[in-house]
Design a protein around this ligand. Structure first.
Ligand code: FES
Length: 597
């Protein structure tokens, strides 16, 4: 694997941030030098660009468990290029372990990342992420701190294996659990699956949220080309980490900042890659949040218009057939971007120091390869001429039920349900839904539409990944495996079904979702991009006026901060006070001040 980087030798740039800490003739620098020497560093070390390694390693985050080893490889690369690597920890969010939901803590992690980059003597930083929320959180924080930065992710797990078949986390967790609930899979099989699903370190190995956000980081230009899909235990990931360490030093010397890389053009490139991958709906929340830190708006209509003009190319689960190991072998994001080249902004700058076009000029077109190689690639990454679908993987729907929009992953939905009219079956909490879902006497038919309220950013709080509402057991036993489901929640990128998510405004802040009652008729038409509650507007308004507002869930602490400041899904669920404002002279002055304490 060849990783392109700028060919021009890097030159020392303006005054390093580290120099302010170590080389000014005052007592503060004296103290900084003395205490840094306490760790065994000498004067030669202190003259080098300081490269922070922002590490989200945690033993409570299995997806990021290999980041210690990757940090050592990054350090080797930083030293090779003449920098001083200094590793520091930030919050780590393990998707399956954190309560009440990982999304509740993404902004906290982003704040931690931002302030620790800004508050320490770093000339550049390597961001080590992996599990779903750690990648966007680090990009959000790095965008706000705007110190030269490069990302290295943990990489996907190896494919799980069971009775000759590949298993994918957590697409197969859900698939087999549904069958277990339906009574078609035994407890013994579930026990064997549990032992065979997750074979190695790394993040989920289907095109779930972690894989999607890693690919988006690469498409944004914040990761060296090819890095998103290298399997976590593959030695090439260690070599990639070392190369990233070397490149971090060059970025620091050249002063190339995230704000120069993550431009509106770069975000459009990332959205096109998202659609071509059939990637996770969660990117529709995370990308606006990252962009918002730089004062860039990514309206839902932009996602939709780019979906209309971007072909779906990657045959990856949960929408397709293959997993990240095969995607890596097919060439990964660089080959996918090569296919999309005419649709991308080629002049966008990347962490290589080169533009997207310059990076892609080093990728051999699939059509130029020998026939067997072409066939292998085309199994996983289709050509633009013969895509899996002419349009991208996600669509935005609007209407009287979602005036500010909602998201559906069309490539993971049943075609026959994407135009559907049905009776609403409404639940006001996940607990209520779960109890009903196991009730074999539930009044439900396959044509009904399951609706869950109070699962949005404020209502849950934290917008948990519960949008793939469980199919009632009664229907499972009849062989039903999909039905239309609607909520203001998110959904795991590894999940699938005809599922409308992120309904905005959410029910807890008075969106029309709060007005839906069991028996109402809902119409979904994905092609027309419509989602409507077939109830008179005056009646919807009357029901909303009578709505009983739930008491605030928190009286103190981070929870109080969260519910008072979290924005709605179309704005990325960031805190309103963290948005970037290019006209904010006070913050700009703060960013430029001498930050020593
Ligand atoms: Fe971390 Fe799936 S649990 S990526």
């Amino acid at each position: 694997m060849t990783i392109p980087t700028a060919s021009t030798p890097s030159q020392p740039g303006a005054l390093r941030r580290g120099e302010k800490w170590f080389e000014t003739p005052d007592v503060a620098s004296f103290i900084h030098r003395a205490f840094t020497k306490a760790m065994g560093y000498d004067d030669d070390d202190l003259k080098r660009p300081v490269i922070g390694i922002c590490n989200t390693f945690s033993e409570l985050n299995h997806c990021n468990h290999n980041l210690r080893a990757l940090a050592e490889a990054v350090k080797r690369g930083v030293l090779q290029e003449g920098g001083l690597p200094l590793e520091f920890p930030t919050i780590s969010i393990g998707e399956v372990f954190v309560s009440p939901t990982s999304m509740f803590f993404r902004n906290l992690a982003a704040m931690d990342t931002e302030e620790m980059i800004r508050g320490q003597p770093l000339d550049g930083v390597v961001l080590l992420a992996g599990c779903d929320k750690t990648t966007p959180a680090q990009l959000m924080g790095a965008a706000s701190a705007d110190v030269p930065a490069i990302m290295v992710t943990s990489g996907p797990m190896l494919n799980g294996r069971y009775e000759g078949q590949d298993l994918g986390a957590c697409t197969d967790c859900r698939r087999y659990w549904t069958e277990y609930r339906a009574g078609t899979v035994t407890k013994e099989t579930m026990s064997q699956l549990e032992d065979n699903l997750a074979r190695s370190e790394g993040h989920c190995m289907v095109m779930g949220t972690a894989s999607t956000m890693a690919a988006c980081a690469e498409a944004l230009g914040m990761m060296l080309p090819g890095g998103a899909s290298i399997p976590a235990p593959d030695s090439r990931r260690l070599r990639f980490a070392a190369a990233s360490g070397r490149q971090a030093v060059r970025l620091a010397r050249e002063g190339i900042r995230p704000s120069q890389i993550m431009t509106p053009a770069a975000f459009e490139n990332a959205i096109r890659v998202l659609h071509a991958l059939g990637g996770s709906t969660n990117a529709v929340v995370h990308l606006p949040a990252i962009a918002g830190r730089l004062g860039i708006k990514l309206p839902l209509d932009l996602f939709d218009s780019l979906s209309r003009t971007t072909p779906w190319l990657a045959n990856l689960r949960p929408s397709g057939r293959y997993q990240m190991e095969q995607f890596f072998e097919a060439g990964g994001v660089p080959v996918l971007m090569k296919e999309l080249e005419g649709l991308l902004h080629g002049d966008a700058l990347t962490v290589t120091g080169l533009t997207v076009s310059e990076n892609l000029s080093m990728v051999e077109p699939v059509g130029n390869r020998e026939a067997a190689s072409q066939r292998r690639v085309r199994e996983v990454i289709s050509s633009r001429e013969e895509p899996l679908d002419a349009e991208g993987g996600l669509a935005i729907v609007r209407g009287t039920l979602a005036p500010d929009g909602a998201v559906i992953k069309t490539v993971a939905a049943s075609a026959h349900l994407q135009k559907h009219r049905g009776r609403a079956l409404v639940f006001s909490s996940p607990e209520e839904l779960q109890a009903a879902a196991d009730d074999l006497d539930l009044d439900v038919t396959p044509d009904d539409i399951l609706v869950l309220q109070n699962a949005g950013p404020v209502g849950a709080p934290g917008m948990p990944e519960i949008g793939n509402l469980p199919i009632p057991r009664k229907l499972l036993r009849q062989g039903v495996r999909d039905m239309v489901r609607i909520s203001d929640a998110r959904m795991s990128g590894t999940a699938f079904g005809t599922i409308i998510l992120h309904v905005a405004p959410e029910s807890a802040v008075g969106g029309p979702l709060a007005a839906v009652r069991t028996g109402d008729i809902i119409e979904l038409d994905v092609e027309a991009r419509r989602l409507d509650l077939m109830v008179e507007p005056a009646e919807i308004a009357r029901r909303l006026a009578e709505r009983v507002v739930a008491p605030a869930p928190f009286r103190r602490g981070y929870g109080k901060l969260f519910v008072e400041h979290v924005m709605q899904a179309p704005d990325g669920c960031d805190f309103d006070f963290l948005l970037g404002d290019p006209d904010d002279a006070i913050s700009a002055a703060r960013m430029g001040r001498d930050l020593r304490t």
